[in-house]
Design a protein around this ligand. Structure first.
Ligand SMILES: Nc1ncnc2c1ncn2[C@@H]1O[C@H](COP(=O)(O)OP(=O)(O)OP(=O)(O)O)[C@@H](O)[C@H]1O
Length: 738
């Protein structure tokens, strides 16, 4: 009860303060005017510019006083109050400046100006508050809008380099709208003049000519100037949007490539590409296009309402009855349409995923003869999209029908009453024509305003998704700074426990420890799925182990600078990926100033030089998308050259020999033997390679089962011994040890 009373008192005080502020402002307006008149008496005459300067000075004074007053009362400190005070004080002189610049010296009456300013400012602030509320929302809707507001401001901030273009576009926008607004008014006037019953014969032609000339001219001027301004506005906005999209796409791409591998495993490729393509464009629209339309529509609506009220306030009130009905309808429609649109988008993404999966795995698809089933899968997804699209379009059709019916009803009522007003002499035919022209425009503009209302929230939603990726901090950080000049390459994996982000229930490594000594070769062997490749991934810092740490020269891997680390620890994978480009570009990948000699030397070491020379354009031969124009063994050798050219201290070879013939493998082994200080970790399936290793580590289910040299392990007659015997018999099939 007490609380309620306190709340009521608080509201009453707020109203009182508001009323007091309005009265003070009104009083100030006339006081300043009085001072102005006294000054004018002394100075005698004033031209238009002088008046304008005085008006601006008065506005600054009013703003300063109101702003200071607002500081003393805490409830007025919010930014809504500040926005209202700012708009309220400056909308008058701004309007006057624009009007003077365009149409010369026909000032509005002082009170009219104050009223127009106050109402426009209040409407503007109300609209802003409705769209993006300032208050701390308790409900979900309010929170969503609050979030949208923050996102919207962030998008505006991102537009910073294009502010000049946007300001220029807004100026042209205001000019175009002002000009457009006067066209119906002059059309009505023209009709009125043409309708007058002249009892003349001889002056007929001259009068018609004069009428057309005098009233047709402003119309022609307005339409020409409006079209010109609209053209300039469109061009500038498009320019700003274009450069914004490029900038955001680049920022997003840079942020994406910094993410850890786990992120790409848990996020669908379709999602990432649609963030990059669709959402960045939607986000750009959020500000430039929507705000452009929003501003244009707001200015138009206010201007048209003013002119319509002056033509017939009764008809205006009648026409305005359409707004709440349309608003309600639009609200219901938006909810359903947005839900269905989202479902359609998801469904399209799923269909695209199916298609891209099939295309990228076309060889597997063909070899397993699954063309038919893949087509069915794609068809199912397409049909689902089609069904959702039909639902969405039906909702739209019903909405359009209802909207047209409301429109029709209001139009019939307006024409009926308009005819009555002309009969009673309350309106001229020309006025009714002007009114009808404004009304049809007003309806469109109100609908646009309501639509934009939803679209801004939508586009801001897309911005939210983009910012989500832009702000994401990679779980595997890369802010280490260590870059020692000398690195021995001593690696220690200490008590690692690890599971992949996509399969957190499965521990791939369990309390796993391993030491790789400088200049030594370690071979990892064991059953498939034991965790060998996982060790290589962890050494490259693709993932972060949940427990334990990896030390390089007694320093945790994360302490090393990202680029440095990846130049010192280099891996060649089971299925190396080449990029579209020449052989040379692929070998020198990531080394922009690498000499041709170094490229060739690396290729020779990897036993790739000979086959490269036999290619049509040698080192300048294009390897095709993902190296598709080369054989697997050739791709493998280029990948080895790409690793060797960096002269890494720690080299990780994950089953590189699977695609190499014995001769190539021997050459590569020879090349590797020429780097005596290099730490080498190989996962291999050929006994010859394994036998030569300084230590062999047998891994099973994420644990080290046995460790030692070939001789030691053979003497032990344990797991390795059994595996080796099997290897001897199954060497050609490469099945068990891999
Ligand atoms: N990206 C991944 N996401 C989830 N689980 C994975 C991933 N990569 C591997 N695994 C799982 O981790 C376990 C160890 O895989 P890993 O590739 O390290 O084994 P491996 O010993 O190298 O096998 P192979 O010799 O066949 O390559 C397996 O059970 C595998 O299914």
């Amino acid at each position: 009860m007490k609380l309620k009373l306190a709340h009521n008192q608080h509201v009453i005080i707020l109203y009182l303060v508001f009323a007091f502020t309005i009265c003070t402002d009104f009083f100030m307006l006339y006081m300043l005017d009085f001072v102005d008149t006294c000054l004018r008496c002394r100075q005698r005459s004033l031209d238009g510019t002088d008046k304008l300067v005085r008006q601006w000075v008065k506005s600054v004074l009013r703003w300063a006083l109101l702003y200071t007053a607002s500081i003393f009362y805490t409830d007025l400190r919010g930014s809504v109050a500040k926005r209202w005070i700012l708009t309220h004080c400056f909308i008058g002189p701004m309007y006057e400046t624009g009007r003077l610049a365009l149409f010369g010296n026909y000032p509005l009456a002082k009170f009219d100006m104050w009223l127009v300013g106050s109402v426009a400012a209040a409407l503007g602030c109300l609209f802003w508050e409705m769209l993006f509320p300032d208050s701390n929302g308790e409900s979900n809707g309010k929170e969503r809008k609050q979030k949208a507001r923050v996102l919207f401001m962030r998008v505006i901030h991102l537009y910073q380099p294009d502010y000049l273009l946007l300001i220029g576009a807004s100026v042209f926008l205001a000019l175009a709208v002002l000009c457009e607004m006067f066209i119906p008014l002059y059309t009505g006037k023209l009709i009125d003049i043409l309708r007058v019953d002249y009892h003349w014969e001889e002056f007929r032609a001259a009068i018609i000519f004069m009428t057309l000339y005098s009233f047709g001219r402003p119309n022609a001027f307005f339409s020409l100037f409006s079209s010109f301004s609209a053209g300039c506005r469109g061009g500038l906005f498009m320019c700003a949007i274009g450069s914004f999209i490029c900038r955001v796409k680049l920022q997003l791409f840079s942020s994406l490539v910094k993410q850890e591998i786990g992120f790409f495993e848990t996020t669908k490729t379709g999602d990432i590409t649609s963030r990059l393509s669709t959402d960045t464009t939607l986000m750009a629209r959020a500000v430039a296009l929507n705000v452009n339309i929003l501003l244009r529509t707001l200015i138009k609506i206010l201007g048209m309402l003013y002119l319509m009220f002056s033509l017939s306030w009764k008809l205006t009130l009648l026409v305005l009855m359409e707004t709440p009905l349309t608003g309600l309808l639009q609200n219901i429609y938006d909810t359903h349409y947005q839900r269905l649109s989202k479902e359609v988008q998801d469904s399209i993404a799923r269909a695209n995923d199916a298609a891209s999966e099939a295309v990228s795995g076309i060889r597997t698809l063909k070899s397993f003869n699954t063309e038919q089933s893949e087509s069915h899968r794609y068809n199912d997804r397409l049909m689902n999209t089609h069904k959702l699209k039909t639902q969405r379009d039906t909702v739209r059709a019903v909405y359009l029908l209802l909207r047209r019916l409301i429109e029709l009803g209001v139009n019939v009522a307006m024409l009926h009453y308009g005819r009555l007003f002309i009969q009673y002499g309350q309106m001229s035919t020309g006025n009714l024509v002007s009114f009808i022209l404004y009304q049809s425009n007003l309806g469109n503009n109100i609908r646009t305003l309501i639509y934009i209302f939803g679209d801004i929230l939508n586009s801001v939603g897309a911005a939210g998704k983009v910012f989500e990726y832009l702000d994401r901090t990679p779980e595997v950080n890369s802010d280490g700074i260590l870059q020692p000049e000398e690195l021995k390459g001593h690696v220690c994996l200490q008590n690692l426990t690890f599971s992949y982000p996509t399969r957190s229930d499965l521990s791939v490594l369990k309390d796993f420890s391993l030491e790789l000594k400088p200049g030594q070769m370690t071979a990892l062997v064991g059953k498939s799925g034991g965790g060998k490749s996982t060790c290589v991934s962890l050494l490259q810092r693709f993932y972060q182990p949940q427990q334990g740490q990896i030390l390089l020269d007694r320093q945790p891997l994360e302490n090393y600078q990202h680029k440095y680390l990846h130049s010192k620890i280099v891996a060649v994978g089971q299925e190396p990926v080449l990029f579209c480009g020449t052989v040379r570009e692929n070998i020198a990948y990531g080394l922009p100033h690498c000499s041709d000699e170094r490229v060739e030397e690396a290729a020779r070491k990897a036993n790739a030089h000979d086959f490269i020379c036999q290619l049509q354009k040698g080192y300048d031969t294009d390897v095709g998308e993902q190296g598709s124009l080369l054989a697997s063994g050739q791709k493998q050798r280029i990948a080895i050259a790409r690793a060797l050219i960096r002269q890494p201290q720690v080299l990780l070879l994950d089953e590189i020999t699977s695609f190499l013939d014995t001769e190539s493998e021997q050459m590569v082994q020879q090349a590797l033997a020429n780097c005596p200080n290099q730490t080498l970790l190989v996962i291999a399936h050929r006994l010859k390679t394994i036998e030569r290793a300084d230590q062999i580590v047998l891994i099973d289910q994420g644990r080290v089962l046995e460790q030692g040299t070939h001789q030691e392990l053979m003497k032990k007659r344990g797991h390795y011994f059994k595996l080796k015997n099997r290897l001897f018999t199954e060497e050609s099939t490469h099945s068990e040890i891999s």
